[in-house]
Structures are given as C-alpha cells and as structure tokens.
Design a protein around this ligand. Structure first.
Ligand SMILES: [Fe+2]
Length: 288
C-alpha cells in the first residue's frame, strides 16, 4: 500500500499516513515524502513510535544533521538529538519557574531553528514522546505564503536586505541572566538574507523570527520595526497551521520557509517530552 497525503492547513501542512518510519524507506517512498515536504513545508506523521536511532536514521535521509549548541546546558550539549522536556533524569516534573524552563520558554517566540547559525538549518524533525492532553501545541506560520501575499512594492523594497540574527539577543528577551560569555563566543551574530529563494521550487519566503535582531545598514529601531511588521504579517491566521500533538506524532518542517512556536501548557501537571533532530542547511544565505 502506498502512502496517503492529506492536506491539513489552508495553504500548507499535510499529514502522511500509511508509513512506518522505523523501517528503512524504499527510494520511491522517500521521494514522495521529499516532494510532499517541498510542497507543504510541514509534514505530520502519525503513530511513529521511534527511538533516537530510528529518528536519526530517518532524518539522515534528508541530509547531514546539525549538532546542538554546546554551551546551551538545557538542550543537547553538542549531540544530534535535542531533548526538549519538563522532566528531569529522575522522572520528576521540572518546575515551570526553574531556569531550565525559563530558558526553554524562548521556544514560545516565533522562530526558525538555528537561524542564528551562519549556515541555518534546513529542516527540523520533532518527535512527541510524551505530550500533554491539553495545551502544548506547536504553531507554524508559512513565510512563503506570507511573502507571496505581500504587495509588489513591498517585495521590491525587501529584496536584498540582510538581517542580523543573534541568539543572545533572542534568548536575552526571556532569560538575560542565562546568557553566558561561552554562549556569546560560540554563537556570534550572523547575517541572513531577508528574502530566501528555495532552490527546489524557486519560490521565495521571508526569513525572519525571534533571532532576527535588526537590519544591516539600518538604524537598529527602524530595522526592528520592519522585522516586527513582517512577523505580524506572517503570523496572521490565514498563514498559520496549529498542530495539536497526539502521542507518537512526528512532525517535520522546513525552517527556510516556516516559523514555529510552542504554546503553553500546564507544566506543573503535565509532562511533555519532545526529541528533535535537525537537518543542516546547504550553505550560508549570505556569501562571505
Ligand atoms: Fe524551535
């Protein structure tokens, strides 16, 4: 039986049924998934009871994986699997007001994973190992659809602008006391083109989000105002798909043309354990 692809959102996102990602994929099945990924930007796979090795093996089909940030004590420590969790090693719930949960709350700002790296991530794959029965959704915004809907004059104005993306800037908004010199040294600010062209489809997308600090060559506040305006534009309901997690969901998204953010849940009551793998980008968006 072949796979089934059902559209989920109004302008992007689809679910993929009839597949077991624990098993190696036939080349033609992989090709169908890859094509769907480029078309829909967000793919939801149901009932995928994967361990880390299986998740890594599936992720690697799309390209080499990123390593997590070494100086970030709360998610990965340089490994290929980032654990986003409110449960400690003893199986106890970590209080929502702890430094770890405050730090992770930065994921509740609209962002593109690793846009603060010189070579930003291509895709992320998130496995819902334990999900709360209510809340904790992930929202996705298509910056491709948002870009397409912009007036032509605006598109022309944005062309060739470069934004500075800076992890210390974005995390500094939620946890300034947790920004260390080691983190600043590992992740200096980087330039990213504001309008990306996706090589597989030739379509364009806004490359923005919480890590985008300002526009190169513009006064800081003027650049921030533009970035805020574009973020508000891109996250209007018609460009957003909200994913309500079921246990064992695996969601894959294109960081080049989507933003995402986590939504709150009752972290005193419910466990939430997510494992993420990240597919590295092909190269910098701005040539040195
Ligand atoms: Fe993220």
């Amino acid at each position: 039986m072949g796979i089934i692809i059902n559209k989920l959102g109004s302008c992007f996102a689809a679910e993929v049924l009839g597949i077991d990602l624990r098993k190696p994929l036939e080349e033609d099945t992989f090709k169908q998934i890859q094509d769907a990924f480029y078309e829909y930007s967000v793919l939801v796979f149901r009932d995928q009871d994967l361990n880390d090795e299986q998740q890594i093996a599936f992720s690697r089909r799309f390209g080499p994986l990123e390593s997590s940030v070494k100086s970030n004590p709360y998610s990965g420590g340089g490994g290929q699997v980032i654990v986003l969790s409110n449960v400690n090693e003893k199986g106890e719930i970590i209080p929502p007001n702890s430094d770890q949960m405050i730090y992770l709350s930065g994921n509740m700002l609209w962002h593109s994973d690793s846009s603060f790296k010189r070579i930003p991530a291509k895709a992320s794959i998130l496995s819902g190992r334990e999900v709360p029965p209510e809340g904790g959704e992930t929202e996705y915004a298509s910056t491709r659809a948002a870009y397409e809907a912009l007036p032509d004059e605006k598109k022309a104005m944005l062309e060739d602008l470069i934004a500075t993306h800076d992890y210390s800037y974005s995390r500094g908004q939620v946890a300034p006391h947790l920004i260390t010199q080691a983190l600043r040294d590992e992740l200096p600010p980087v330039p990213q083109i504001l309008v990306r062209t996706l090589p597989e489809t030739g379509k364009k997308a806004l490359f923005i989000g919480s890590h985008a600090s300002h526009i190169v060559g513009w006064p800081i506040e003027k650049g921030r105002a533009l970035l805020k305006e574009l973020l508000e534009w891109s996250t209007q309901p018609q460009f957003v798909y909200t994913h309500t997690w079921r246990p064992k969901d695996l969601v894959m998204w294109d960081n080049r043309c989507c933003l995402h953010r986590g939504r709150p849940w009752d972290g005193r009551k419910y466990r939430r354990i997510m494992h993420r793998t990240t597919i590295a980008g092909d190269g910098p968006t701005v040539r040195p």
